[in-house]
Design a protein around this ligand. Structure first.
Ligand SMILES: [Zn+2]
Length: 268
């Protein structure tokens, strides 16, 4: 999907009194403009791990956050591989860009960071990039969780029991599990244990062209009772006493894509 961009890879933004962009992969900057958001008003950029679908636009967003690198402002949060580099990975962000922000923060599972009215808490994952962390955003109105890229493991649910909204990286539909990622059946098992009010499906891979996200979302709702919505670009979730979902007007056209790459849609 990173290359084909039927479902986008720009990550997502969390707004409290402060504004945070999480995992800005390819398209993050353009999609920010396209959806009427302002990259200059960011207070924080978070890059959870060293895979390009999560980091490629981070440097340009840092340029925006620092007002075209004229002001030392904003916080850059990353995993050790993103910021310092490890034997196999990264760093994903140049020393130059790291020097432009007001603060650089390394997060690892179990650590927290407070920014304005939000507290970020890093949660464990099991992913091919070992420094990957998931996230919880604690706010006045409750907690938003982000599984990030991870396979299901014993105890994953313990991290997200208190979330109202879960942003879930569900890479494969049905039970078509691959290592290091969640499939829909894994997500269903997780939701049965944590029962949030809403789950937003992101990071959907090519096989969702054969098993459309709307259909999978309906199946999730049926099996768990949890409201589920595909996280198409432009989706907005407002978490107050009630949770309001504003669906994007423009939905990806799976049919058009099918004409371009029939092998992904035509088959079994
Ligand atoms: Zn990854």
């Amino acid at each position: 999907m990173t290359v084909d961009q039927v479902f986008k890879t720009g990550g997502f933004r969390v707004h409290g009194q402060v504004k945070i962009h999480v995992d800005p992969g390819p398209g993050a900057l353009l999609l920010t403009h396209e959806h009427g958001l302002n990259p200059l008003d960011l207070d924080c950029v978070v890059v959870t791990h060293c895979h390009p679908d999560h980091y490629t636009d981070a440097e340009v967003l840092i340029e925006a956050m620092t007002q075209h690198t004229t002001k030392k402002r904003g916080v850059l949060i990353g995993s050790p591989s993103v910021l310092q580099g490890t034997e196999k990975f990264g760093p994903a962000i140049s020393r130059y860009h790291q020097s432009k922000v007001a603060e650089v923060v390394t997060l690892q599972p179990g650590t927290t960071y407070e920014l304005g009215d939000l507290k970020l808490e890093a949660t464990p994952t099991q992913h091919s990039e070992p420094t990957t962390f998931g996230l919880k955003f604690h706010s006045r109105n409750g907690v938003v969780g982000y599984t990030n890229d991870t396979q299901y493991f014993d105890g994953l649910e313990d991290n997200f029991r208190d979330v109202r909204v879960l942003v879930a990286n569900v890479t494969r539909p049905l039970g078509m599990r691959i290592r290091w990622h969640l499939c829909t059946d894994d997500l269903i098992a997780l939701l049965k244990r944590i029962r949030p009010e809403l789950v937003v499906m992101v990071h959907m891979g090519m096989l969702f062209l054969r098993h459309p996200p709307a259909k999978e979302a309906a199946r999730i709702k049926e099996e768990t009772g949890v409201e589920a919505v595909p996280g198409y670009d432009g989706l907005r979730v407002i978490m107050e006493e009630e949770i309001t979902v504003k669906r994007p007007i423009k939905q990806p056209s799976l049919e058009d894509f099918a004409k371009r790459v029939p092998k992904f849609v035509g088959g079994e």
